[in-house]
Design a protein around this ligand. Sequence first.
Ligand code: HEM
Length: 364
Amino acid sequence: MSGQMPLPNPPVRFAPAMEVPAGNEAEINRALIDTMGKISQTTLEHSGHATRSVHAKSHGVLRGEFTVLDALPPALAQGLFASPGRYDAILRFSTIPGDILDDSVSTPRGLAVKLVGVPGARLTGSEADSTQDFIMVNGPAFTAPTPEKFLGSLKTLAATTDHAEGLKKVVSAVARGAEAVIEAFGGKSATITTMGGQKQTHILGETFYSQVPILYGDHIAKVSLVPVGDLATLTGAPIHTADDPNALRTAVSQHYATSGGEWEFRVQLCTDLETMPIEDASVVWPEDQSPYVTVATLRTAAQESWSPEAVAAYDEGLSFSPWHGLAAHRPLGGVMRARNSTYVSSAEFRSRHNGCPIHEPKSL
Ligand code: HEM
């Protein structure tokens, strides 16, 4: 269920006691920073260039305009969405691995959006800025319930970073087959998808999700971006990676050479903490209890999606983090808390080794 429709249940009103940090979070955070640092160091040694520890490969960077709808009902008119407004936006499409792989190794996709010139009280650590980032992946929940569990799979990823790409291609092809079997039996294996079982489809047709919750003013929400109009016709459209190691980038460039694109930005309010928990990032919040509802649109005009200038400014020169933003949209839960220092650390590594300072933009 989606789009504009009345909320079936009243949303939960957030209270700080709803966040319950685990006792060992500081220790897990240090291990995450350490493991991610190893991924970055490995790729730096092999390529001579520092990239993001995960989501290293970008498939396009775009400029757009984000418009908050007017006359939203009170439960949805919160934080940035409290009043209608238009903000410049920067978009970066990515895939999950920490190394730059041939696109025939098909892995889940990310979309990071940065709004600039956003007014309002800021998150700690983000006080000097005026941006609001939303960082999403094309699945409704995270692969692991907690940062501690995620650390386990990250160690596997770190161990396979920069290993023979040929092997990963085989793993990916096998995983796609296994995924088809699992789907046929009515399930979806998050693990297999993360290890490379993503279908080889057009990235512009994907629906992207925050996967984990944010504060939504008085409430708690997950957010998503859903392609509409022309972009919706690309959902599930096959792309051909056999002869093009950068097939996703090519597909985005070809689309934007002549056309623009539009997404609806939707929020799913938490209406029941039992079925829509804050601290378990792996739970898909049931849409029959609380549908995603449109609160804004994101429009992009036809443009060059991989120009050297835009790549230098947005792919290399920016960091996207859920902790860049308004206090009214504070990231919630253990996985979100773990992302605070890990994103800073990865961005600092890139900044240090590439001699390219990373800072938050004041405007496009
Ligand atoms: C404990 C859990 C997580 C950790 C430790 C983590 C860590 C990181 C790090 C270090 C980066 C690179 C930052 C940079 O160099 O600028 C990154 C990028 C990214 N992460 Fe996460 N992440 C976590 C969870 C998630 C979740 C739940 C999502 C789902 C929405 C996500 C989506 C992304 C995306 C899309 C990017 C690329 C952002 C960009 O384009 O710059 N991550 N992550």
